[in-house]
Design a protein around this ligand. Structure first.
Ligand SMILES: [Zn+2]
Length: 168
């Protein structure tokens, strides 16, 4: 039995590509769930054309994680059946077209939400410190800037960095 991706026969075992699985060597399996070493993945140039859809699906997902020019080019030229492509895309993190404003936990923020500060913040120009735990009600998103929101602290409208906020 050899690896469906790179052809190695070292410690080959089943690797899940739900709802199916493929045979993959220990190097491939370790890197798929961890960090990819681009040098190992030239093998995708062959596996992306595999006749086994599950192998194509995994190859396509791996190419998406590589930023080297050859990988980007290969991904553009790769051709997958519609069904296979849809399957491959299921494994990608969901991406919104628009960047969204999120708090320090990655929770999406919207106009009118309330947030609390997770650390003391010096408010430049206003001469006070907004204390950790301060509740800021009825925030406004800042158009074109997902790193800040606008809110009132001490009755002063200020911009706050979203990384120091938590949705209340
Ligand atoms: Zn392998």
């Amino acid at each position: 039995m050899s690896c469906s991706l790179c052809g190695s026969d070292t410690d080959v075992a089943a690797f899940d590509v739900p709802p199916e699985s493929i045979d993959a060597c220990s190097t491939c399996r370790t890197q798929i769930v961890g960090d990819l070493d681009p040098k190992h993945w030239f093998c995708l140039q062959e596996s992306i054309w595999s006749e086994v859809p599950a192998v194509q699906v995994l190859s396509w997902r791996l190419l998406h994680r590589l930023s080297d020019p050859w990988a980007v080019e290969l991904l553009e030229s790769a051709w997958l059946e519609d069904d296979t492509l849809a399957w491959a895309k299921e494994g990608l993190p969901v991406e919104d077209d628009e960047p969204t404003t999120v708090d320090s936990n990655g929770t999406r923020l919207a106009d009118g939400d309330s947030v609390t500060l997770i650390r003391d913040l010096d408010v430049k120009g206003a001469g006070f410190t907004a204390k950790r735990g301060t509740l800021v009600k009825n925030i406004r998103l800042v158009e074109g800037d997902v790193g800040h929101i606008e809110g009132k602290v001490n009755k002063t409208a200020i911009f706050l960095k979203t990384q120091f906020l938590k949705k209340a």
